[in-house]
Design a binder for this molecule. Structure first.
Ligand code: 5RP
Length: 224
């Protein structure tokens, strides 16, 4: 598993060129991209990173990768990120690491989006993985109730010590469980109508290239 993540994560660095502004995703697969990028920067590559989480900013900062905030760039050339699920239509679920809001804002600003995944992330239909929604703490129970009335089960995300998990934006995450997304577009519309939902983890029409590390050590490049 570790190796699938490493080979996919490192492979993505081949798309990085001198002078680019690079969106840096969050998670244990893109971790390997950032480690390799750090070495490239130490060897003289000139790029600027835009981090999608405090965790990524810390890793990149420690490696000497120059960073700017999203507000300080006009666009991003390429973003490399992980994903929790990708289907055959290039639609995905993200946010397992809680960074979905910043990840989506960075993806939206990017000319090219690459996802790095292990082969277990490729699915026919989205939904095996819980769908995270980022909610404003004020009134999160209302959102839970609204969804429950529609038969949608959620789980408030907690940390290992049982304290409520808070995103880098100070919000909570409700994970939608036991759902299959045969029509993710209609789900996107439904979730957008509920006040207090800041963002959801359905990433539809974002990814351009999926780099998939396989158990047998091969790498599959899947282009849209
Ligand atoms: C974080 C994410 C991650 O990209 C996603 O959870 C995949 O992570 P990993 O590479 O650790 O499996 O969306 O919010």
């Amino acid at each position: 598993m570790m190796d699938q993540k490493r080979i996919a994560g490192e492979k993505a660095c081949e798309w990085i060129k001198d002078g680019m502004i690079i969106g840096l995703g969050t998670g244990s697969t893109v971790y390997y991209t950032i480690e390799k990028l750090g070495k490239m920067v130490q060897n003289g590559l000139n790029i600027t990173g835009v981090a999608t989480s405090e965790q990524t900013a810390e890793q990149a900062g420690n490696l000497g990768i120059p960073l700017k905030s999203l507000n300080d760039v006009s666009m991003i050339d390429l973003t490399i990120d992980g994903a929790d699920e990708v289907d055959t239509q290039f639609q995905g679920i993200k946010g397992g690491g809680g960074a979905l809001l910043r990840e989506k804002m960075v993806a939206e600003a990017s000319l090219l989006n690459i996802w790095v995944v292990g082969e277990d992330k490729l699915v026919d239909t989205l939904g095996k993985f819980p769908l995270p929604i980022e909610v404003v703490p004020f009134g999160w129970r209302q959102i839970e109730q609204t969804l429950k009335k529609e038969g949608i089960q959620t789980k408030l995300r907690k940390q290992e010590n049982e304290e409520v998990y808070q995103t880098n934006n100070g919000n909570y995450i409700l994970d939608i469980i036991n759902q299959i997304y045969t029509n993710p577009v209609s789900w996107q519309e439904k979730l957008a109508q509920i006040p207090g939902i800041v963002e959801h983890g359905l990433f539809l029409n974002y990814v351009d290239i999926v780099i998939c590390g396989k158990e047998n050590g091969e790498i599959e490049i899947i282009k849209k």
